[in-house]
Design a protein around this ligand. Structure first.
Ligand code: COA
Length: 322
C-alpha cells in the first residue's frame, strides 16, 4: 500500500477550430465586450465532426503517459469524467482503454458535471491508497458544443471543448494531501441537460441542451466554493499563505476571482485558461493544471489547490503537493 498518490504526468488537448465572441455575435444578440466583461471569455475551441470524447481523451492521455515515462500497459485503472460520451455504453473509459491498447485494466466513467475531474482525482486517490490500483489515468473530456443550444445567448457564450489528463501513481513522497467531494441534488432546476434519446422515447419532448439559470448558479457557486476553501484549509491545518497555486474550474473569471480573494491570493497565483477555452466542464481543471505544469509555473514541491463546482450541484477540492 502507498501512503501517497503522486502526479507523474499531465496532458491536454484542444480542438483546432477557434470560435470567437465575434463569431457568436453573428449567431445571437450579444457582443464581444458583454461576454468578456461578464465572463472573462474571448474564445473557445470547437471539436470537429470526426472528434469524440474518446478521441480527444486519447491525445491528452498519450501526453500524460509520455510525460510519466511509463508504458500504457502499466496503467491498471482508467477513470473518465464526461457529460458528453459518444456512447451510452461502452463507457468512454473502455473506448479509451482500447485506443491505448491496454489489455488488463479497470475502466469506468463518472458523471459529476463540471466537478468530474476533481471527483475523478478523489476516486483515484482512494484506490491507490488502498493498494487496489498502482497507476491510475484520470481524464476529463468534453464536447460541450454538441449539447449547447447555439440560439440561446445565455449559455452558448460559456462553453468549449477539450480534454485534460493526469497520470497518478502510489508513492512514499507526499502528493495528494486531501480530497473533499460533495453533492446536493436539490438544484436540478438551476442547471441540467436532458438525455435526448431517453426523453424522446418517454415522449418528454425537452430540448436536448444545457439549461441554466446563470445568475442563481453564480451565487451558489461563489458561496459554495468559499466553503470548500475553508474546509480544505482546516482539514490540513494550513493557512491561506501555504497555497502556491489555485487551479480552479474555469466557469467565470468573477467566480474565480472571488475564490482567489477568499484565499488572499493575487490573480498571478491562479492558473486561468478560460479566456481562450471557455468552460470545458469536467476537462477544465485538468487542462489548467496541465498548462501550469508544462509552462513551468507549477514547480515540484509546490502546494496546489484545485476546486470545482457543477450541475447537481456537485463540488469539491483536491489539495496536492506537486
Ligand atoms: N449577451 C448580451 N446580453 C445577455 C447575454 C448575452 N450573451 N446573456 C444574457 N444577457 C442579458 C440578459 O437577458 C439580461 O437582460 P435583462 O436585464 O434585460 O433581463 C442581462 O443580460 C443580465 O442577465 P443575467 O443572467 O443576470 O447576467 P449575469 O451577469 O448573471 O451573467 C452569466 C450571465 C451566465 C455570464 C453568469 O450568470 C454566469 O456566469 N453564471 C454562472 C454560470 C456557471 O458558472 N455555470 C456553470 C457552472 S459549472
Amino acid at each position: 500500500m502507498s501512503r501517497w498518490t503522486k502526479v507523474i504526468g499531465t496532458g491536454g488537448y484542444l480542438p483546432a477550430t477557434i470560435r470567437t465572441n465575434d463569431d457568436i455575435s453573428n449567431m445571437v444578440d450579444t457582443s464581444d465586450s458583454w461576454i468578456y466583461e461578464r465572463t472573462g471569455i474571448k474564445s473557445r475551441r470547437i471539436a470537429g465532426p470526426d472528434e469524440t470524447a474518446s478521441s480527444m481523451a486519447e491525445v491528452a492521455a498519450r501526453q500524460a503517459i509520455d510525460a510519466a515515462g511509463i508504458a500504457a500497459a502499466d496503467i491498471d485503472m482508467i477513470v473518465v469524467a464526461t457529460g458528453t460520451p459518444e456512447r451510452v455504453y461502452p463507457s468512454t473509459a473502455c473506448l479509451l482503454q482500447e485506443r491505448l491498447g491496454i489489455k488488463q485494466c479497470v475502466g469506468f466513467d463518472i458523471q459529476a458535471a463540471c466537478s468530474g475531474s476533481v471527483y475523478g482525482l478523489s476516486i483515484a486517490d482512494q484506490y491507490i491508497k488502498t493498494g487496489f490500483a498502482k497507476n491510475v489515468l484520470v481524464v476529463g473530456s468534453e464536447i460541450c458544443s454538441r449539447i449547447v443550444d447555439w440560439s440561446d445567448r445565455s449559455t452558448c457564450i460559456l462553453f468549449g471543448d477539450g480534454a485534460g489528463a493526469v497520470l497518478l501513481t502510489g508513492s512514499d513522497e507526499p502528493g495528494i494531501l486531501s480530497t473533499h467531494i460533495h453533492s446536493d441534488g436539490g438544484y436540478e432546476d438551476l442547471l441540467y441537460c436532458p438525455n435526448p434519446q431517453v426523453a424522446a422515447a418517454a415522449k418528454q419532448h425537452e430540448p436536448a441542451y444545457i439549461s441554466m439559470r446563470g445568475n442563481e448558479v453564480f451565487k451558489v457557486a461563489v458561496n459554495t466554493l468559499g466553503r470548500i476553501v475553508d474546509e480544505t484549509l482546516a482539514a490540513n491545518g494550513l493557512q491561506q499563505s501555504d497555497i502556491d497555486w489555485l487551479v480552479p474550474h474555469q466557469a467565470n473569471t468573477r467566480i474565480i476571482a472571488a475564490t482567489a480573494k477568499k484565499l488572499g491570493m493575487s490573480m498571478d497565483q491562479v492558473i486561468l485558461t478560460l479566456e481562450n477555452q471557455g468552460n470545458t466542464s469536467s476537462a477544465s481543471v485538468l487542462l489548467a493544471f496541465n498548462e501550469g505544469v508544462r509552462d513551468g509555473r507549477i514547480q515540484r514541491g509546490q502546494t496546489v489547490l484545485m476546486e470545482a463546482f457543477g450541475a447537481g450541484f456537485t463540488w469539491g477540492s483536491v489539495l496536492l503537493r506537486y
